[in-house]
Write a protein that binds this ligand. Structure first.
Ligand code: SF4
Length: 456
């Protein structure tokens, strides 16, 4: 971490001495934001704040925002309004950071309509939070700390992880792809990869601390660029698989266009790597894909799935799909249904297209009417859900390795864990089983959103 920020941590800690202060973080959006929030929590704890789940009792509130979906703005400003009421009776610091703060219009809106917000920070300046906090505590002057250029990668920020056995590890930042529906390249900047040695070091440390599962994060993980020794994503996967103690490795999100043979080979040869591959489809129609700037066709996507199925036994797929991209016709949408049928996705995250200001998609005049988008979405969802039972029944009588995640939500006497294809399994533990263990279970029944198993 930067030396001057460490100094500010010490200064804030001194100011907070003998006070019992609490922080609350609301994280919106993806796992990259969750990982950033863990770092924000790490810095706040070092400054003397303790975590609370109740934002009404917090002395420091952070909203870590996302701008990928349209309704995120409504959600944010609803919450900001609630904090305004708390601020009327109590001295609370309100900081808003993350992707949405890289949008100039958002920052202007906060300045004019929500002047009580204390700190606004962007995706490239999160590491300055100790300094920003010190300034707000000592001068009360509102702070806007945003960089438009791509930030450096800051290693060694303190971190407070939300789990003791599953960890998120960001391996790269930014994106160069400019898919025409997506705002991410504008708010997260161009691709920057972390040094492979620093990633390996972090994961070795996690293994030492007892972590069993890691998820490698990046907007486009398989375009990761290393150095002369660990050159690319496949090399990185192979190196991470050698780390003792790490039993399961996931990664999100890869891009189909960058899914090279050596990555497929790395997965095939290392059974620590999850057998559910997230392969964002977005649309099943080649013309729409071209307009989305995705750089693959329907046929290339299906060929890739086939290739992986041949090389990686038991592989299954999850995906992201957008319905109603501008200009999408009914026939073109049928192609998306066709790919859904052919691939039979184990999990699908389906979205109705929403305009993101500043993207090419938002400038198009042939927007699909809301009603049609909703109808198409319902058809897609119906098709997906019609396959869930069939997909789950395939697991009956199979033996699965489960990572135990904790007690079941509605039953204290059962535990739940996940298979290496990310299926939730409920089972009765024996006296030796504990959270974080990997155990073998036989699947005895299948339900819509979970499986039941018996320890063997
Ligand atoms: S690959 Fe496309 S969808 Fe993914 S972050 Fe980059 S621009 Fe957005």
């Amino acid at each position: 971490m930067l030396e001057n920020q460490e100094n500010f941590i010490e200064k804030v800690k001194k100011l907070n001495k003998n006070k019992s202060l609490k922080y609350f973080i609301l994280t919106m959006g993806c796992q990259l934001n969750e990982n950033d929030s863990e770092k924000i929590a790490g810095m706040l704890e070092k400054m003397g704040y303790k975590s609370t789940d109740n934002f009404k009792e917090a002395d420091y509130i952070v909203f870590n925002t996302c701008c990928v979906r349209e309704n995120a703005e409504e959600k944010l400003f609803g919450k900001v309004g609630e904090v305004k009421k708390i601020k009327e009776n109590k001295n609370v610091i309100l900081a808003i950071g993350g992707c949405m703060m890289q949008e100039k219009t958002m920052v202007e809106k906060i300045k004019s309509s929500y002047p009580f917000v204390d700190i606004v920070f962007g995706t490239h300046t999160m590491q300055n939070l100790p300094e920003d906090t010190y300034k707000i505590l000592t001068s009360k002057k509102k702070i806007k700390d945003i960089l438009d250029i791509d930030g450096e990668i800051f290693e060694g920020l303190p971190i407070k992880r939300t789990s003791k056995y599953k960890a998120l590890v960001t391996i790269m930042y930014g994106c160069n792809n400019f898919c025409s529906f997506c705002i991410v390249p504008y708010v997260r900047g161009r691709e920057r990869s972390r040094e492979p040695e620093r990633i390996i070091e972090e994961i070795k440390m996690l293994a030492k601390e007892g972590y069993k599962e890691i998820t490698l994060l990046g907007q486009n993980v398989n375009s990761y660029k290393g150095n002369d020794i660990i050159k690319n994503f496949a090399d990185l996967l192979n190196e991470i698989c050698k780390i003792d103690g790490i039993e399961r490795i996931n990664f999100v999100s890869p891009h189909p266009k960058d899914f090279s043979d050596d990555v497929i080979e790395a997965i095939a040869q290392n059974d620590k790597i999850s057998r559910i591959i997230h392969l964002p489809l977005q649309s099943g129609n080649s013309k729409v894909l071209k307009e989305m700037n995705r750089k693959y066709t329907k046929e290339q996507y299906l060929d890739l799935v086939d290739k992986m199925r041949k090389r990686i036994p038991n592989v299954v797929f999850s995906t992201d799909i957008i319905v109603g991209f501008p200009g999408e016709t009914n026939e073109e949408f049928e192609d998306t249904l066709d790919v859904m049928r052919k691939v039979n996705f184990e999990q699908a995250y389906m979205f109705i297209y929403s305009m993101r200001e500043g993207t090419i998609g938002a400038r198009r005049e042939d927007q699909v009417p809301e009603e049609i988008k909703h109808k198409r979405f319902d058809r897609l969802k119906e098709l997906y859900e019609s396959k869930v039972d069939e997909n789950n029944e395939k697991y009956i009588n199979t033996i699965q390795n489960l990572l135990i995640e904790g007690k079941s939500k509605n039953n204290d006497t059962t535990f739940e864990g996940r298979t290496d294809t990310n299926k939730v399994v409920i089972f009765k533990p024996n006296e030796n089983n504990k959270i974080g263990d990997i155990v073998k279970v036989k699947i005895v029944s299948a339900h819509k959103w979970y499986l039941e198993g018996e320890i063997i």
